[in-house]
Design a protein. Structure first.
Length: 491
């Protein structure tokens, strides 16, 4: 990091003419990083500008650090279950400072690896704050206050999103944790209040509970992970309940008082009555806000959508010639693997190809224990779109490998097209869900019928082998099938 700042400040005197690059990237996320290494490796002159993080949020404050902390929490859960595995012990203690240091050590290693890749590919990483001065021209303010001007034949914007802080009276004054601060805790919160029952809220709730916190989740929706199928939401609610986490649903928050880390109080409405919760810490996980402020987008000719994201077409071109946007800032699904695919789209379109984002697969995994993973259509999607399907569903205990692990919570289910054997979607809530998902996704990419997985010779005993009992089970045709056929006949 030090050498990077030194090399950047060597260009400190503001120049009358911008430095010319083939590609300037504003925001150093994963998609940006892969773009820089790839284009630079192809002989292009590339500069990446980021305010704080080498590699963006994923390796520093989001995906990888959170999974690091979550894994430490899983190890703690194994200690609590040790008698189940024939191991006795006389208790244990959580040292959050050491948990944090394990995470920090991983991040340092990733930063070193990233900088080595920058060096090897020839791409330049610039630590500073960037904004447009004119079309395809970016000014970067460095840590020492000096500036550089960069002009790119093409520019990619990938500044991501940040945690949303809603306009709830007293919330900002309470200085709540976001996922960033939660990953830096050096003590276990006595009582953590979590606003939001989505991805971040659910993952952190379970992890902190396993470290020893009392945890309470408050969500305005009628169920956790409200966009998922009902059976998934019910299963997640039962999981948190079994872990000893209190969940309050249908609870709009009226006001917050106190300060997180000391004492904080939430007043919320439930069934027409005001109720109060007190805790020591407050975590806010209610959505994301695009980072567009201060970028000078108007000077660049870049327009925003009505939701505040950068407006792009299906080739990820913005409204300004030569300016592209990738990742969350472009309104893409908020997953690192999607930002990488966004890069592929831009790369293809800048090197003579014609690639679009339309119709691509969007897999995801929630890293609770057990995990939740999904690809393609959910039952909720299929019903809302009137798509007929056959449903295959088995409990996780049908997987013999899960039994050897004593990890039988959950289920697998797949949607298969009603009048063919094509897999429409797959959901698994269970141990190793993300890895199992990949096998089904690859089959979907290849256009294989579900029978190819049913009849495959898969290694025994493995988790992916559970696809055989899933696709060998009796399928239930959803009533949409008959309704749809009736509509077709009537037409």
């Amino acid at each position: 990091m030090k050498s990077t700042e030194t090399s950047s400040s060597a260009h400190g005197l503001k120049k009358s003419q911008p430095e010319e690059f083939d590609l300037v990237i504003l925001g150093g996320g994963t998609g940006s990083t892969v773009a820089a290494w790839t284009f630079a490796g192809e002989g292009k002159r590339v500069a990446v500008v980021d305010r704080k993080y080498i590699g963006g949020s994923c390796p520093n404050i989001a995906c990888l650090p959170s999974k690091n902390i979550i894994h430490s929490a899983k190890v703690a859960s194994y200690f609590r279950r040790s008698k189940e595995f024939g191991i006795t012990h006389e208790g244990f203690a959580i040292n959050m400072a050491n948990v944090r240091e394990r995470k920090r050590g991983m991040v340092r290693g990733l930063n070193d690896m990233y900088m080595e890749n920058y060096k090897n590919t020839g791409a330049e990483f610039i630590l500073g704050t960037g904004r447009f001065l004119a079309p395809r021209t970016v000014e970067v303010t460095l840590a020492d206050g000096t500036t550089r001007q960069l002009r790119g034949a093409n520019v990619i914007v990938s500044t991501g999103t940040r945690a949303t802080l809603e306009a709830i009276p007293g919330l900002a004054e309470a200085k709540p944790l976001t996922h960033i601060e939660a990953l830096e805790l050096d003590q276990v919160p006595e009582h953590l209040l979590v606003i939001g029952g989505g991805y971040i809220g659910v993952e952190f709730s379970q992890a902190m509970r396993r470290f020893g916190s009392k945890v309470t989740v408050i969500d305005r929706n009628g169920r956790l992970m409200s966009k998922e199928d009902e059976d998934v939401c019910v299963a997640l609610n039962r999981l948190l309940d079994d872990e000893g986490i209190d969940v309050h649903l249908n609870t709009p928050i009226k006001r917050v008082s106190g300060k997180s880390g000391d004492s904080v109080t939430i007043v919320f409405e439930q069934n027409g009555t005001d109720k109060m919760l007190k805790g020591t810490h407050l975590l806010v996980a209610t959505g994301r806000t695009p980072n567009t402020e201060g970028l000078g987008l108007k000077l660049a000719g870049v327009e925003l959508t009505d939701r505040g994201y950068i407006k792009v077409n299906d080739r990820l071109q913005t409204t300004a010639p030569g300016v592209w946007a990738i990742g969350e800032i472009a309104g893409s699904p908020q997953f690192t693997h999607i930002s990488v695919d966004d890069f592929r789209v831009v790369h293809a379109n800048l090197t003579g190809g014609n690639r679009v984002t339309t119709g691509r697969q969007v897999p995801y995994c929630l890293f609770t224990d057990p995990e939740l993973a999904r690809i393609g259509l959910s039952e909720t999607d299929a019903k809302s779109k009137g798509i007929p399907y056959r449903l295959f569903k088995v409990p996780m205990e049908a997987n013999l490998r899960a039994r050897t692990l004593s990890e039988t919570r959950g289920f697998l289910k797949a949607l298969v097209e009603a009048d063919s054997d094509r897999i429409l979607g797959f959901t698994v809530f269970g141990v190793g869900a993300g890895e199992i998902l990949a096998a089904v996704q690859i089959a979907m990419i290849a256009g294989l019928p579900y029978t190819a997985l049913r009849d495959a010779v898969l290694t025994h005993p493995t988790l992916v082998e559970g696809l055989i009992p899933l696709f060998s089970s009796a399928a239930s045709a959803h009533k949409v099938v008959e309704t749809r056929r009736a509509q077709i006949s009537a037409a």
